[in-house]
Design a protein around this ligand. Structure first.
Ligand code: SF4
Length: 366
């Protein structure tokens, strides 16, 4: 079966889901209501990673809806993406980086997604006019890189990815291009089986304009023979692979799991890049967010089992004002530092807030 069929064949309704996972009638009715708001989609491959006998299985928690999604505290736009949108599908928040939302679709919808407002839903925030985006970037010489994301750009046909890359590669002042994708984790066959995609990426990654992949492993059980093979194809095509993990309650809020993941990533050639604090997203926050205080100590404990390469990540909050690193705790204070700031006045700013053991976001701290 080719990857496109595997992408189509994924689970996308409750009737299909009950064939794989035990759900009571009541649960089925509740989940039905949830997926009307935020669709379900899981590839058969990713579903096969779930241990059906474990009610608290971490992979299951990431992709199977739960009644926690009825909780509406939080926001659908925690990073002010609306404000930074220059045209549908093009965001420009940090001077050097432009963000292109190429699609609203993914192979698998993660229940904790911070773009829950759009994945599998409306297309109004995605790019419709590639030429206009290229014109904008050409005019803004401060932009030296583009992050192509979504949704997951690798669910698109290789033809569309090619057209996008060819246009972006005409911009002289771009030094590198990134693709944000969870495909190596959720549908590795898309990379393993499509020689045209791998050849395209190899051809497009040049010595003065490298292609980077930012992927999204959250748990060591996602590192399988297939995902390792997909990563190997990308690395042997000259791509550089970085990983973003999101700290998630009941999934990876455990020092051993985090250290195991980061060590295994280095083993397969993936660079640990960020550990993100889960954002206070509507229908996500209550189920998945770990308090900053707890998160800090979990990650510090994980670091005890990591070497220099596997602890290159930063533990950050992607706040509307910038990426803020959670640096440390002394006595009654938590210390933070802007790693990336939207405004110059915050660039590199180091600051402290009174400890709260329950706060999950900067705005919850005094
Ligand atoms: S693959 Fe990425 S964009 Fe898609 S639902 Fe998961 S986290 Fe969101």
């Amino acid at each position: 079966m080719i990857w496109k069929e595997k992408l189509k064949k994924g689970i996308c309704n409750i009737e299909q889901l009950v064939k794989y996972i035990d759900l009571t009638k009541k649960e089925q009715i509740q989940l039905q209501k949830i997926i009307k708001k935020h669709p379900i989609k899981i590839t058969e491959y990713y579903l096969s990673l779930i241990d059906k006998n474990d009610p608290n299985d971490p992979i299951k928690k990431m992709v199977i809806p739960s009644i926690g999604e009825f909780d509406l505290s939080g926001s659908y736009d925690t990073s002010d993406e609306q404000k930074n949108t220059k045209m549908p599908g093009l965001q420009h928040k940090y001077a050097q980086t432009a963000l292109i939302l190429l699609t609203n679709r993914c192979s698998t919808y993660c229940r904790y997604c911070f773009r829950k407002r759009l994945v599998g839903l409306s297309k109004k925030e995605i790019l419709h006019k590639l030429n206009d985006a290229v014109k904008y970037i050409k005019k803004h010489h401060e932009i030296n890189n583009v992050l192509v994301t979504g949704g997951d750009p690798f669910v698109l046909s290789t033809k569309i990815i090619k057209r996008t890359l060819e246009s972006l590669l005409t911009i002289p002042h771009l030094n590198f291009i990134r693709f944000g994708t969870k495909i190596p984790v959720t549908l590795p066959d898309r990379i393993i089986e499509d020689k045209d995609l791998v050849d395209l990426l190899k051809k497009s990654s040049k010595k003065d304009k490298r292609l980077y992949i930012v992927t999204h492993f959250n748990h060591p059980r996602e590192i399988t023979k297939k995902s390792t093979d997909a990563i190997e194809k990308l690395i042997s095509s000259g791509l550089i692979i970085n990983n973003q993990m999101v700290l998630l309650k009941g999934v990876n809020d455990n020092a051993e799991i985090i250290s195991d993941l980061q060590n295994k990533l280095v083993e397969i050639g993936v660079n640990p890049y960020y550990i993100f604090q889960c954002r206070p997203v509507k229908r996500v926050k209550k189920t998945f967010q770990v308090p900053l205080y707890k998160g800090y100590y979990i990650i510090e404990k994980a670091k005890q089992n990591l070497h220099g390469l596997s602890k290159r990540f930063k533990y950050v909050m992607s706040h509307k004002t910038g990426k803020i690193e959670i640096v440390g705790i002394i006595n009654d204070d938590m210390y933070f530092k802007y790693h990336q700031a939207e405004s110059l006045k915050n660039s590199g700013k180091f600051f402290k807030k009174k400890i709260s053991k329950t706060a999950g976001w900067l705005d919850d701290l005094k």
